[in-house]
Design a protein around this ligand. Structure first.
Ligand SMILES: *[C@@H]1O[C@H](CO)[C@@H](O)[C@H](O)[C@H]1NC(C)=O
Ligand SMILES: *[C@@H]1O[C@H](CO)[C@@H](O)[C@H](O)[C@H]1NC(C)=O
Ligand SMILES: *[C@@H]1O[C@H](CO)[C@@H](O)[C@H](O)[C@H]1NC(C)=O
Ligand SMILES: *[C@@H]1O[C@H](CO)[C@@H](O)[C@H](O)[C@H]1NC(C)=O
Ligand SMILES: *[C@@H]1O[C@H](CO)[C@@H](O)[C@H](O)[C@H]1NC(C)=O
Length: 443
């Protein structure tokens, strides 16, 4: 080393020492305001999933997004073979009472050759639900480090040291998109991603979803305060409506102090074009005196919006009538859809096939969520056939039946915001009106 390099090294060291003693603020990362995760759509299952990094080796895992799910669960050798920082949450601790609403405890669990994530003695436990099969798994809960990335600007990585989750039985991976190891719950629970990020970094308990369409690149979800719509330069119209609490719980374990963790909004009526459907108002509202059936929830785990039979029939009938009035030719229906059309008889536009609009009218007549052809019509395998992308909902045998479940296809390329601090749901006008998509919008 030449004398001049030595003096440079010395000088740099001196500067480092000086700067660290003068200003700690410069060496600690700035307080983050928001965190970003990608959203991808699996072409085979139509499931939406994200990527997380967890454990001492920051193992990368894909997990399906369940907006109405309670917490994170997964099963992956890649993770369990690599991490050294997993630790179970013991029974009877305040942390256990904080994360589960039951008094769940697994007193004894042992695997050969020894304890493993999800199977340790004296471990706080809860049910995890696979939203596609309805299978529930009762396992111990543990914690590990979750690596998260802040949004635009700094784009730094931060760590949530004790992120709670369930290392679940592999059976809970049945019917999940093949690349995924589990499910991440975004529901209204104390251990959801939104709640954990909010308490770890004292950011607003709020998140935004921008769900991509098939082949439309990655969408995004953002937790915390962000200024995405000002930055975008687009004059999006942003509408808000109260989120509605529902005392019923679709699965006996899906609740929290008897409130479901799913998100509900108050749809008061539905319009096709300018015509208001005549619907059973009892079905549109939540039966809060009894089991919490009825009402409208928002579900990323439903590929298409579902409506219970009387509502679905009314929608299909009016839609077909309005489409035929526009000289759109009806063809034989293709299951599971109830109304299909000859795509050659439909004019296309930037908002997709030009079909009658469908409005979900909320707290006032002037407040509605409008779906254009890009969100109401889907191509099916048969040549030149497009179908109304709404399906008839099944009766739930495990608990109360929700009348309408807004599904993924209807959420695609809208910016959706769940503000849990004010308990409001916000949605933008369709991004297709603004010549953009979720993949271009927040990335
Ligand atoms: C994890 O470890 C188990 C047991 O040692 C082994 O059988 C398995 O192949 C490993 N899996 C991975 C993905 O490393
Ligand atoms: C779990 O409990 C069993 C029975 O009490 C005991 O034999 C075993 O050593 C315990 N395992 C651990 C990891 O503490
Ligand atoms: C939950 O429901 C049960 C049975 O309906 C009721 O007894 C209990 O008070 C409810 N708990 C809360 C926190 O509302
Ligand atoms: C409306 O829906 C409720 C709840 O499903 C049902 O009990 C009632 O019979 C329905 N009313 C009519 C007029 O169909
Ligand atoms: C539908 O077709 C009929 C007969 O060809 C025509 O008179 C009418 O103007 C068309 N209506 C619309 C809305 O295009």
């Amino acid at each position: 080393m030449s004398p001049s390099t030595l003096s440079i090294v010395f000088f740099s060291l001196l500067i480092m020492l000086l700067s660290s003693s003068y200003s700690n603020a410069q060496t600690t990362p700035p307080k983050p305001q928001s965190f970003i995760f990608p959203i991808k759509k699996d072409a085979t299952t139509n499931q939406y999933y994200t990527t997380i990094q967890i454990g001492s080796k920051a193992t990368t895992l894909d997990v399906v997004i369940d907006l109405g799910g309670k917490f994170l669960y997964f099963n992956s050798d890649d993770y369990s073979n690599a991490t050294s920082s997993y630790h179970p949450i013991p029974c009877g601790t305040s942390k256990c009472r904080n994360v589960v609403d039951t008094d769940g405890c697994i007193v004894f669990c042992n695997t050969s050759p020894g304890p493993a994530p999800g199977c340790t003695n004296n471990t706080c436990a809860d049910y995890a639900l696979n939203p596609f099969t309805g299978t529930q798994g009762y396992n111990g809960l543990g914690e590990d480090a979750l690596r998260v990335r802040s949004t635009r600007g700094s784009r730094r990585y931060y760590t949530v040291n004790n992120f709670p989750f369930q290392y679940s039985d592999p059976v809970l991976k049945d019917e999940l998109a093949s690349s995924t190891a589990g499910v991440i719950g975004l529901g209204r629970s104390k251990i959801s991603l939104a709640a954990q990020l909010s308490s770890a970094f004292t950011i607003r308990r709020k998140f935004a979803l921008c769900v991509p369409s098939s082949g439309g690149g990655n969408g995004n979800m953002i937790f915390g305060e962000t200024t995405y719509y000002e930055i975008s330069n687009k004059s999006l119209i942003f509408t808000t409506t109260p989120l509605v609490k529902n005392h019923g719980s679709k699965y006996n374990n899906g609740g929290l102090g008897n409130l479901t963790v799913e998100y509900f909004i108050g749809v008061r009526s539905i319009k096709v074009g300018s015509k208001t459907l005549s619907l059973n108002k009892t079905m549109l509202s939540i039966d809060d005196r009894n089991d919490g059936s009825g009402g409208t929830s928002i579900q990323t785990v439903r590929p298409y919006t579902t409506l219970q039979r009387p509502l679905y029939r009314a929608l299909v009938k009016e839609f077909v009538k309005a489409a035929q009035a526009k000289n759109i030719t009806k063809v034989k229906s293709v299951a599971p859809f109830g109304a299909c059309f000859d795509s050659k008889s439909v004019v296309s536009s930037k908002t997709g096939p030009q079909v009658p609009t469908i409005d979900f009218v909320l707290q006032k007549k002037s407040v509605y969520w409008r779906f254009y052809g890009s969100n109401s019509m889907v191509k099916v395998a048969s040549k030149d056939v497009i179908c109304l992308a709404f399906v008839e909902g099944e009766i739930n045998i495990a608990g109360p039946t929700t009348s309408i479940e807004v599904g993924g296809y209807q959420m695609e390329n809208y910016l959706l915001e769940f503000d849990l601090a004010s308990y409001k749901f916000g949605f933008s006008s369709s991004l297709s009106l603004h010549d953009t998509t979720c993949s271009k919008f927040l990335s």
